[in-house]
Structures are given as C-alpha cells and as structure tokens.
Design a protein around this ligand. Structure first.
Ligand SMILES: [Zn+2]
Length: 483
C-alpha cells in the first residue's frame, strides 16, 4: 500500500497532473530479444485491469512461472501487487522477457509508467533469487535501444556502464538495482518527450476510460460526479479498480470557466491552465493540508481532491475535510472541490468478494466505517461498491465518444440550477426510498443527482426512474448494498 506513497514524497506535486500523453500513454518498457544475428525490442504492454495480474501472449506454464516470481518478489518487498493486464506479442523467448516484465510490473505499481519520459530497454535474465546473471556481450542492444527511442539500457554487470547524450547504460546485479536505476532515470527525465520515435501526427486523444474494461456503473458514477461536482466514495475489496477509477475523475472534468480561472488566479497568484488534481496522503499533516500558504485545500479549489484509502487517514485530516466541505470557504477565500475517495468495505478487505470469505465481525465492520465518520460519509453524494470484474467476461461496452462534451454541457446547466430546483424534488425522493432512511442532506443530494441524470438524458423532466437511479448510487457498505 505504501510504496506509491513513499515515492510520492520525492516527486513534485505536478506529476499527479496528467501530462499530454494521458494516463495510459506514458513510458514504455521493452525487452531485448535476440533473433539470430540481430536483436529486436519487444514492447511489454501494461494496462490497468480490475483483477490481479492478467497475462496475454504467454503459455499457461510461463504464466504460472511469472505469477509465482512476481508474487515472491512483491512479498519480499512488502508491497501489494498492482492489478494490470500485461500483453506480450506471442511466441517470444520467455526467459529474456521476464526481467523486463517484472520491472514493468514494479514500475506500474509506483505509477511510473504513466510518466512522460523516454523509453527503457531491458537486456538480461533473472535467477530465482532476483539476481541478474552475467552475459558475455551486449549484442546489438545499444543499436536496438537507439532505434526504438530508448534512452536507458538496463544490462547485466559484465557490461561497462556509460552515459552519453542519447543513451545511458546501467549495469545491474539484481532486480532491486535495476528498479533503482529505472526510478532514478524516470525522476531525472520526467516531463521529457520521446526524441526518436515520433507519435503519429493527429493521433486521437485517448478516451478517459481507455483501458478500463467493464465497471460500467462506476464509470457512469464518475461521469455524474464530474458533471454535477458530486463527491464520490468507492469501496470494496482490493484489486477491484477503485484507485484507478478515482484517478480518472480528473480527466472527466469540464474545462475551467473564465470566472473560475480568475478565482483561482486570485488565490494562487497565477492563472491556471487546467483543473487542479490534488492528493492527500496519510502521512501528511495539518501544515500540508490547510495551514501555510500552499495548503492543499487552497490548491484543490475548483478541482479534484483525491483521498485514497480514506480509513488510513489521520482522524484530524478527516475532521478538517468535513469542516471545509461544510464551510466552503477559507478566511476570505472560497474552497470548493470534488472529493474523490476509496476504501475497503471492511478491515479484512474481503467483504463483497465471492471467492474469499470476510472474517470481520459486525462490530469490526462498524468500527471500520466509523473511522470515516457519519458527518463525512454524509458528504459523499455518491457512495458505490466496486467488485472485481473479470476482464475476460466483462461486457465490452462501447465508450461514448462524446462523453467529455456531454459532461461539459450538463455541468454548464447545473451551474445555473438553484437549491429551489432540488427542494421541489423532495417528494419524489420519499416515494422512491423503498423503506430506506437517508439524512436530509442525502435526500437533497439525491435530488441534485437526479437532475444530473435527467440532464444526461437531455430531458427537462426528472422522472421517478431518474430518482431511483440516483438513489442506487448511495449504497453505504453498512447497508449491505453490494450489488
Ligand atoms: Zn472483512
């Protein structure tokens, strides 16, 4: 859980804001593959996946071997494995791809593959203990690296390290060393464009949900959150894609209006280009969050505030969040942001899973949810359970190519709505509740969400179906609304 957090301390805040290449278009890892007299670079394609590690392009035996090695490696490092889909072109020599695959997995765990940075070529194999055995020659790895736009070559220790403008060779005795070299390289080159392999001109901008298979309800929830500036909490077992999803919200937001731009400029002293995406980490204190000039709450104004693993946050942090969400101001400055959070449904994490048993008692679950506190929970307009889906069996829904335009239109409509519109819909809430009890605030937020849902349908009238749909996004874990 903490690897990404620790690393984040060393990364500048703006890395969190996605570069022009987007979340899934970052750095590539290639494996050097020998083909007789000359070699080639085989790209290890990594995309987020809702279920543990899925592999494509390997045989069943290779798959098992890789999963075992990855498991051993991550447990040795005390880290949780990322949930990704790895694709390798079929019929390649597995032994010379394994090291690159493991590195890709480690880097994706730290979210470094999303970084705008030149590519990396990996030459060498791994032993069971993680060491990289010596290789007699470099073969033509240097040429292959250059031809593919790679600026770092990870190589066994028999190769002399050197560095020139377009290629650096890092000798590595084991996988930990290789990981260290890659991280150092990414930090040093972060923000650089690739220099040799140009992206084809006019390549289309990727869909915000590109690479996320299934999870349709959650995608709709995120779209509603972006269009209606609704706070969102996703909960469920680890590996379901919660973190990935809340991190997508930033890409769905409508562009800043002129008024908002001026507002932010007054607070920060500079005109912003994009909506801010700010993350609060468990180790952060009051000083970072709301005291001092560069407080995160200030910076998050009119953007997204991400609080992952919300139950791991300090009590004080959660109280502060609750306070500012209520007050919506900070001295003479306004504070308004969309809160996007994620948490496990219970302390053991298995609640909601079909293949594993939750071992928590009712009291333990209650205590787990109490950590967030009812005041803050009530602030989440959307509270939705996320269950792991199998990418192989998930329906492949066609992504709406106009999603961003629709969100912007709905958002503009919502800006003109007043509290009165929502109040008028309260009777519809009571007839749609079906015996459930909600706070007054939750009822009002359901009214607002129902108008957003109607706006998505381009309808002026809010129907009972809209209201029932709105209420279906309010399933708190203690209500046991798992599906
Ligand atoms: Zn449990």
């Amino acid at each position: 859980m903490c690897a990404r957090l620790v690393l984040f301390n060393t990364l500048p805040l703006h890395m969190k804001q996605y570069g022009t290449k987007g979340l899934f278009g970052g750095m590539n890892i290639y494996a050097y593959q020998s083909r007789g007299y000359c070699g080639e670079a085989v790209r290890i394609q990594v995309t987020p996946s809702p279920r543990s590690i899925s592999l494509l392009g390997l045989s069943a035996i290779q798959m098992r071997q890789f999963k075992l090695k990855a498991k051993a490696l991550f447990s040795l490092m005390g880290k949780e494995q990322p949930t990704v889909l790895m694709q390798i072109p079929p019929n390649r020599e597995y032994a010379s791809m394994e090291l690159a695959m493991l590195l890709a997995l480690l880097l994706s765990r730290d979210q470094l593959l999303d970084t705008l940075c030149p590519d990396i070529l990996v030459l060498g194999k791994t032993n069971l203990d993680g060491s990289i055995p010596p290789m007699p020659t470099l073969l033509d790895a240097r040429e292959v690296a250059s031809a593919n736009g790679c600026k770092l070559l990870i190589a066994p220790t028999t190769v002399l390290p050197y560095k020139e403008e377009n290629l650096e060779i890092a000798q590595c005795s084991d996988i930990a060393m290789a990981l260290h070299q890659c991280r150092r390289f990414v930090l040093y080159h972060e923000g650089e464009q690739k220099h040799l392999v140009e992206e084809p001109e006019g390549s289309p901008i990727k869909h915000p949900f590109a690479g996320i298979i299934g999870l349709e309800k959650a995608k709709k929830a995120l779209a509603l959150s972006a269009a209606g500036t609704l706070n969102i909490l996703l909960y469920g077992p680890p590996g379901g894609g919660k973190t990935l999803l809340i991190n997508t919200l930033g890409k769905l937001l409508p562009p800043l209006s002129e008024t908002e731009r001026e507002e932010i400029a007054r607070i920060r002293g500079e005109i912003p280009k994009t909506r801010p995406i700010i993350e609060i980490l468990p180790q952060m204190g009051e000083k970072d969050i709301y005291k001092g000039k560069e407080s995160l709450l200030h910076l998050a104004h009119r953007g997204v505030l991400i609080v992952d693993e919300i139950t791991n946050q300090k009590e004080k942090t959660l109280k502060t969040l609750s306070f500012f969400l209520e007050k919506q101001s900070f001295g003479s400055y306004p504070v308004s942001f969309t809160l996007a959070s994620a948490m496990n449904g219970c302390p053991c994490g298995n609640m909601g899973r079909e293949d594993e048993l939750c071992i928590c008692s009712e009291r333990q679950r209650q205590r787990h949810w109490n950590k967030v506190g009812s005041a803050l929970l009530d602030r989440f307009d959307i509270c939705l359970s996320i269950l792991p889906e199998d990418p192989m069996t998930s329906p492949l829904a066609q992504e709406d190519p106009n999603l961003l335009e629709t969100i912007t239109e709905v958002w503009q409509k919502q800006q003109k709505r007043s509290e009165q519109t929502y109040l008028k819909l309260l009777p519809l809430v009571s007839t749609s509740l079906q015996g459930r009890k909600l706070s007054m605030r939750s009822c009002l937020s359901a009214c607002k969400m129902a108008t957003v849902i109607a706006d998505f349908r381009k309808s002026e009238v809010v129907t009972k179906e809209d209201m029932i749909e709105a209420l279906s996004y309010k399933t708190y874990g203690i209500d046991r609304h798992w599906r």
